[in-house]
Design a protein around this ligand. Structure first.
Ligand code: NAP
Ligand code: MG
Length: 487
């Protein structure tokens, strides 16, 4: 396509902002108003990727030789620049994928904090001394980088997810090829600009925008990319894993969720309602940790439902840049269509639509991908809306008689990312912690919510069983060497 007046964002390869050899660009549009073009991004091909991989390979030798604290200095500088550009990058994020400005600002701040956390990791221990059976020897472990790491990310957290992959990759001495989601490649380019402004050496971080089916796929297959860290859908994740296994590359997948919340009869109802709304509908339900299935004990089912609906009716939906708007549009037309498809499926399969369910297209909203927050009841466990990830503002209420029934139903899913329970009963909390099949367990708190210094990841089909963030990231981004030294 040919560009309008908006800025064209280039690839970043070997420290230079470079157009793709295809000469093709793609518009990134605002889902709140499709007439607003946020910018143009490159539609790269495999040749562009090959050049980037070569640059990353070359840069590896010097980068891995730098000390951890020295690498950390680059991340500290990147954090400072990102912080200076917080408002601007948050606004770009809102324009590019629709989440409200306060949420976008929170996410950029999160990115800053993650950078600082991993900058500090450059000074922390990377091994252990292990007593050898030979008393004259020294045995210890150390860690070495993997080499070139491919980073493939989704559009729902366009700043935080790339940074929570790139920052640990770099601090432990790897160089990076970063392919963002096309939907949010302008925001991603701005994040890369911060690394560039911080003076990160040429080739250490390379940015190649393009289609997942082209660039993402080629990253998975590239013989000189030693590891791939991916966040996105299960479908794509599985193909990446197969390709990585076939060529012996390390891989890490963070994928979908179908996250349950259990509300027991002794719960603080106000809090449970607030948390269900926040966990289920913030970011228009487009979080992998979003609340999706809500199991409510029958004795409090009606008051819970009433309170929930009363609050949802008050939510202000609109352009996330406007003050007071609580929920923005779906991030893309495709996402809107997916959400509407699942709502239709819910109705067809006999669930009761309690609230919402329609596209919002009156007035200004007609130029965007808006959908009403939607609540179903009489949802049975075998219905599609109880089984498949929707990734939209759709809640399924399910009445249960007992705690045990709730846990059994909550576990009746192929996913296992996040789960929460509302109760005052300590014994039930402890049983829940033991029995629930989820990587993130939350008590009296919403299902969505992550702290950067703690491990993050799911069980079952939500992940490839590794963890990201916090200290856990070292496990993926390094290899252990066990060393035996005899004088
Ligand atoms: P997606 O379609 O899987 O895309 C994720 C990334 O993979 C994008 O960069 C995409 O490129 C790329 N991709 C697409 N096809 C590919 C292929 N054949 N080979 C390699 N890469 C390919 O997912 P999405 O729709 O963007 O994101 C929504 C999903 O992400 C949801 O399922 C959600 O649960 C999951 N998610 C999980 C977490 C978590 O941490 N567990 C966090 C956020 C989101 P394009 O630019 O072409 O799309
Ligand atoms: Mg967009």
């Amino acid at each position: 396509m040919t560009a309008g007046t908006e800025r064209i964002y280039l690839n970043y390869i070997n420290g230079e902002w470079t157009p793709s050899s295809t000469n093709q660009i793609e518009a990134s549009i605002n889902p709140a108003n499709i007439r607003d073009i946020v910018g143009y991004v490159q539609q790269s091909n495999i040749e562009d990727l090959n050049v980037a991989v070569e640059a990353a390979r070359r840069a590896q030798a010097a980068w891995r030789k730098l000390s951890g604290p020295k690498r950390g200095e680059y991340l500290f500088r990147t954090a400072d620049i990102l912080e200076q550009r917080l408002d601007e990058i948050a606004e770009t994020m809102t324009r590019e994928m629709g989440k409200t400005l306060p949420e976008a600002k929170g996410e950029v701040q999160r990115g800053v904090n993650i950078l600082r956390y991993y900058a500090g990791e450059g000074m922390r221990h990377i091994g252990d001394v292990i007593p050898s059976t030979n008393s004259e020897a020294l045995m210890f472990t150390t860690r070495v980088p993997l080499g070139v790491v491919g980073v493939i990310t989704p559009w729902n957290f366009p700043v935080a997810i790339p940074i929570w992959k790139i920052a640990p990759a770099l601090i432990y001495g790897n160089t990076v090829i970063f392919k963002p989601a096309q939907e949010t490649a302008v925001t991603a380019a701005k994040v890369v600009e911060c690394f560039d402004q911080a003076g990160v050496p040429a080739g250490v971080l390379n940015f190649v925008a393009g289609k997942g089916s082209v660039i993402g796929n080629a990253i998975a297959e590239h013989p000189h990319i030693h590891a791939i860290t991916f966040t996105g859908s299960n479908e794509v994740g599985k193909t990446i894993a197969q390709k990585a296994v076939a060529r012996g590359a390390k891989y890490q997948l963070e994928m979908g969720g179908k996250n349950p919340v259990i509300v027991l009869e002794d719960a603080d109802l106000d809090r449970a309602v607030e948390a269900t709304i926040s966990g289920g509908l913030r970011s228009t339900g487009q979080k992998c940790t979003a609340t999706s299935r809500i199991f409510v004990q029958s004795s409090i089912y009606e008051p819970f439902k009433e309170q929930l609906l009363a609050k949802i009716k008050q939510l202000k939906i609109g352009n996330g840049l406007e003050e007071g708007v609580w929920m923005g549009p779906c991030a893309s037309q495709k996402q809107l269509e997916t959400v509407l498809y699942y709502i239709e499926k819910g109705i067809e399969e006999g669930a009761t639509l309690l609230y919402g369910g329609r596209r919002l297209d009156g007035g200004e909203l007609g130029n965007g991908f808006y959908v009403e927050p939607t609540v179903f009841e009489n949802v049975s466990p075998n219905m599609t809306i109880a089984r498949e990830e929707i990734f939209g503002p759709v809640l399924a209420l399910i009445k249960v008689d007992t705690f045990e029934e709730a846990v059994a139903l909550a576990n009746d899913t192929s996913f296992g990312l996040s789960a929460s329970i509302f109760t005052q009963n300590i014994a039930k909390m402890l049983t829940f912690i033991q029995e629930i099949e989820a990587g993130l367990v939350r008590i009296n708190e919403e299902s969505a919510g992550v702290e950067l210094q703690a491990p993050f990841g799911g069980m079952k089909q939500s992940s490839s069983h590794s963890r990201e963030q916090g200290r856990a990231a070292i496990e993926f981004f390094t290899a252990i060497k066990t060393v035996f030294v005899k004088g």
